[in-house]
Design a protein around this ligand. Structure first.
Ligand SMILES: [Mn+2]
Length: 321
């Protein structure tokens, strides 16, 4: 079990609070929503007398995980705020999070911004959802089928169905404990990985238009015209970032997606550390998965050149011999 000395203090804060606001990052992924809604469920089962709210915008494809709630600014005065899966305060979804009486951060991203008064940050854990499952155990709070389903969804999301290297032996143990609560993994995978015809056809475009540099950097450019052609949103397009990850020889890859007056950059890697590149372009993230933003298409070549530089010296050692 994880060793997080701050966990005991945070449990005391939870026990003392009548109102608890749970936040997470903007443009939520399954881990952000799974940890947020999973923690809400755990706290509501353990403390039925407390008011526990989940705050932030929702993405339509993930509505099956649960609904967000409406809160008023005044409700924060006496509230405990728990922010999940969010490295820096600019990424918090919901404008009032930091106005809470006490703010707790629980996250697995590199600790770039200590915006909370109490925090547990552990980059060795696959996902914030895995952290919440561990914390429930540490705190002695019960999981049930509903909370287990949500946390499992978060782990599945952040580990790419247990295939990324962040899935540790402990991740599998936690996943096994969650499955023991009787969750319907068939339903989960069906809902999480369903697609529609427009997205499928956009994926076809992505696959047809991948360019790979000599250094092993793959990239695809999705501008506003392409989005219009396939009736796709920038969010839907960004989700296709891993659709060509299996390409032989690919070391890292990137998708550029136009979004209003800026261009979102999603970078993934099988070895070269790419978050340092992301940081230079208004972004950041994990060493193997990061995001950035550029203003104009001319900067695309700069990002690719920077990735070429980190990819060129990298070799897949185990496959060389
Ligand atoms: Mn996460």
């Amino acid at each position: 079990m994880a060793h997080w000395p701050e966990a005991a203090t945070i449990l005391k804060l939870i026990e003392a609070a009548d109102t608890i606001m749970i936040h997470r990052h903007v443009r939520p992924d399954p881990d952000a929503l799974g940890s947020q809604l999973g923690l809400k469920r755990i706290l509501e089962v353990a403390y039925p007398e407390k008011q526990v709210y989940v705050v932030g915008g929702i993405v339509r494809d993930l509505e099956f995980l649960g609904k967000m709630e409406h809160v008023e600014p005044e409700m924060y005065q006496e509230a405990l705020v728990i922010v999940l899966d969010t490295a820096n305060h600019e990424r918090i979804d919901g404008p009032h999070a930091l106005t809470g009486k006490t703010v707790v951060k629980i996250d697995h991203h590199p600790d770039e911004d200590a915006y909370a008064t109490h925090q547990i940050v552990d980059t060795t854990v696959s996902s914030t959802s895995e952290m919440i499952a561990e914390l429930a155990g540490i705190w002695g709070l019960e999981l049930d089928e509903a909370s287990a389903f949500l946390l499992f969804a978060g782990i599945v999301g952040d580990t790419g169905r247990f295939q990324f290297r962040n899935a540790t032996p402990r991740t599998f143990e936690v996943a096994a404990e969650l499955i023991n609560h009787g969750i319907d993994t068939n339903r989960l995978y069906r809902q999480m990985y369903k697609t529609n015809l427009a997205t499928l056809q956009l994926q076809g475009y992505v696959l047809q238009n991948v360019i790979v540099t000599d250094a092993g950097v793959g990239y695809v450019k999705i501008d506003a015209d392409v989005l219009r052609t396939f009736h796709a949103t920038p969010e839907a397009a960004s989700l296709l970032v891993n659709s060509f990850s299996g390409l032989e020889g690919l070391k890292c890859w990137v998708m550029f997606v136009e979004n209003k007056d800026e261009i979102r950059v999603r970078i993934r890697s099988k070895g070269p550390v790419i978050n340092e590149v992301a940081k230079r372009y208004r972004g950041g993230g994990h060493p193997m998965a990061a995001g950035a933003t550029i203003d104009k298409w001319e900067e695309m070549d700069e990002v690719i050149a920077a990735l070429d530089e980190v990819a060129a010296p990298f070799t897949f050692e185990t496959e060389e011999s």
